[in-house]
Design a protein around this ligand. Structure first.
Ligand code: BDR
Ligand code: CA
Length: 313
């Protein structure tokens, strides 16, 4: 049975690839997409989601816009890695979006969808700041026991990128992350330790170019901008394509191996606000509900993404 997911995102180059991977994978039943302010303003990332969904042919999947800013802190977008639009592209003309934004708030859509399904049916996949998810579980606490698991891109147990210790999605809204990490639902943190292994090398880019399709050319265009931005901003030769690692894990857990470990989010540290803290001092207790992704099968991962993009015409 395909995994029923709601993808909560802030496209974003790598969010875009996550959407394509979900759309082109029979193992995933993409029920809906929700957006949250993060990489760029809510208006921009929602417009980007519409364009990606148009390329992916996701005409019947509902799109809902959510929270425009973090719970407590000031919004700070990531124009240095995603550009002014949030999804700047090299050598590819984005289509006019043929997907509308549904009326109604993303938070209500998440609550209503989870409550309308059987317990254990829906998996939440956040790939942006956790504002919508935190709001949803505060508004309707019963979703915590109905959600099958939360598989999120964010954090890191050894690495940061927004600061030395904090990853962008968590650092943007640490209070929301604190809520989400401390709920009772099973939670898998697909953090920088894993996603920095998901490099879009020139060989990988070549595989998308060889598809000769609009979706393939779109990924090539995304990689082009992302490579330059990541080189300048963080000194990477090839860009790490974070967000689709969550979907890949759901398709095939062997592609991203995980270990159970207690996790929490630092809110107050002068140098560590937004840091995800993993307690590796002892084996995780039996009732531990959180785990972290540690090792990526690079080839297996890109096989999944290339295969999915190939299925989108
Ligand atoms: C995360 O931050 C965003 O810039 C990316 O889309 C990804 O979700 C990586 O730190
Ligand atoms: Ca993202």
């Amino acid at each position: 049975m395909a995994r029923k997911i709601i993808l909560d995102c802030d496209p974003g180059h790598d969010d875009a690839v996550a959407i394509l991977l979900a759309a082109g994978s029979p193992e995933i039943d993409l029920l809906g997409i929700t957006t949250v302010g993060g990489n760029q303003t809510l208006a921009k990332v929602t417009n980007n989601a519409r364009q990606v969904m148009t390329i992916a042919g996701l005409i019947d999947v509902p799109l809902h816009a959510g929270c425009a800013r973090p719970l407590v802190r000031r919004a700070e977008v990531a124009a240095d890695v995603h550009g002014e639009s949030g999804m700047e592209i090299h050598g590819f003309e984005l289509p006019a979006p043929s997907v509308a934004v549904e009326p109604g708030h993303a938070v209500d859509y998440i609550i209503d969808t989870v409550m309308a399904h059987e317990p254990g049916e829906i998996t939440l996949v956040p790939t942006g700041p956790l504002t919508n998810i935190a709001m949803a579980v505060r508004k309707e606490p019963r979703i915590a026991e109905r959600v099958r698991e939360v598989v999120l891109m964010g954090g890191g147990y050894h690495e940061g990128n927004k600061t030395a210790t904090a990853e962008f999605n968590i650092a943007t809204d640490p209070e929301a992350a604190h809520i989400v990490f401390n709920e009772a639902w099973p939670l898998v943190m697909v953090g920088l330790d894993l996603t920095h292994q998901a490099l879009a090398t020139r060989e990988v880019e070549q595989r998308f170019a060889a598809l000769g399709t609009r979706a393939g050319d779109f990924v090539v265009g995304l990689c082009g901008f992302f490579r330059e931005a990541y080189r300048e901003a963080q000194g990477f030769d090839d860009p790490p394509v974070h967000d689709p690692c969550t979907i890949a894990y759901l398709i095939d857990p062997d592609v991203a191996s995980t270990v159970p470990v207690p996790l929490d989010v630092e809110l107050r540290g002068e140098l560590t606000a937004g840091m995800t803290v993993a307690d590796f001092r002892a084996p995780a207790p039996q009732d531990c509900t959180t785990s972290v992704a540690v090792k990526l099968d690079h080839e297996g991962f890109w096989d999944l993404v290339v295969g999915a993009v190939e299925r989108l015409h």
